[in-house]
Design a protein around this ligand. Structure first.
Ligand SMILES: NC(=O)C1=CN([C@@H]2O[C@H](COP(=O)(O)OP(=O)(O)OC[C@H]3O[C@@H](n4cnc5c(N)ncnc54)[C@H](O)[C@@H]3O)[C@@H](O)[C@H]2O)C=CC1
Ligand SMILES: O=C([O-])CC(=O)C(=O)O
Length: 271
């Protein structure tokens, strides 16, 4: 008999709201959504008003730690305020803002001390199982190229700092080339997949990232090439952008549901 787990979600946007709704609809049996938190409590109340089992709306992220599992689905700037109380309370913490986690990787040591667990779902990316397997041997190179429409990159600090304008772009343009750590600093809301890839594979400094703004792209396309002593593989995912937030693909909330379900599954496929 599997134990029933309670869940809380911080952030009710393109990831958090469909995820909350899926939990309310029983799409992850054995997991009960008990509380949520967002920037605007009135909006959060409205968002969950038609739920069968209304979760508590918390004003502070610290109040989410009553749950067994805390899921972070908020902007990168809010990450530490959500992660720290969950980790200090020794809980299972699921982080969607993989870039923010990678930039605060010391949290892993804190989690170790506190008996907490940090889980990064595959999110918008595929094949992290293969990357983790290859990393048990020796990965010689790992590159990701991400292509999105110009609107998918808007607001990134790197663009402002380098006076890059995407307005009126008529053809695809490479807007960044560098390592995953610099990519996460310059594009905190956009390159979580590169961060997840780096943490699964050969780390932020050795993972190469190329970012393309493409006016013809109607999908968020991630193309990964890995070479290792065991295998060479390439993977491409063409994610449909969420209508709520074009930076985020529709696969990500589904990935979090799959991640939760895997915590309880008797048959688990994939490492
Ligand atoms: N791992 C992955 O593959 C992916 C990760 N992400 C990341 O996941 C995070 C969430 O993404 P989205 O849902 O698309 O963002 P979103 O912008 O659509 O939603 C964010 C939500 O957080 C709320 N919020 C703002 N400040 C908050 C605070 N201090 N505390 C709690 N909630 C707060 C907002 O009101 C909004 O409801 C972002 O950091 C994003 O970059 C996004 C796509 C893929
Ligand atoms: O493609 C997506 O859905 C999101 C994305 O690039 C990221 O945050 O890394």
């Amino acid at each position: 008999m599997k134990s029933h787990k309670t869940v809380s979600i911080a952030g009710l946007g393109a990831i958090g709201l469909p995820l909350a709704r899926s939990l309310d609809q029983g799409r992850a049996p054995g997991f009960q959504l008990i509380s949520v938190n967002s920037r605007d409590p009135a909006k959060a109340h409205a968002a969950v008003a038609d739920f069968a089992a209304k979760p508590r709306v918390c004003i502070s992220a610290s109040d989410l730690v009553d749950a067994d599992i805390i899921i972070e689905a908020a902007p990168a700037a809010a990450f530490l305020g959500i992660a720290r109380p969950a980790i200090s309370a020794g809980k299972t913490f699921i982080a969607c803002s993989a870039g923010a986690l990678m930039r605060n990787i010391w949290l892993v040591e804190e989690a170790e001390r506190e008996g907490a667990r940090i889980i990064v779902p595959s999110g918008a990316l595929i094949g992290l199982d293969a990357v983790r397997a290859a990393a048990q041997g020796h990965i010689t190179s790992c590159t990701i190229e991400t292509r999105k429409s110009p609107s998918g990159w808007l607001g990134a600090p790197y663009l402002a700092e380098n006076a890059i304008t995407l307005e009126g772009l008529t053809e695809a343009e490479c807007i960044f080339e560098g390592n995953a750590l610099d990519a996460a600093a310059g594009f905190p809301a956009n390159v979580n997949v590169a961060a997840a890839l780096a943490m699964a594979g050969i780390g932020p400094l050795n993972t190469k990232v190329r970012l393309i703004a493409d006016p013809a792209a109607d999908r968020n396309i991630h193309h990964v090439v890995v070479d290792s002593d065991a295998a060479r593989f390439t993977m491409t995912v063409e994610g449909k952008p969420s209508p709520e937030n074009s930076r985020t693909g529709l696969l990500t909330p589904l990935s979090v549901i799959a991640c939760l379900r895997s915590l309880h599954e008797t048959l688990r496929v994939g490492s």
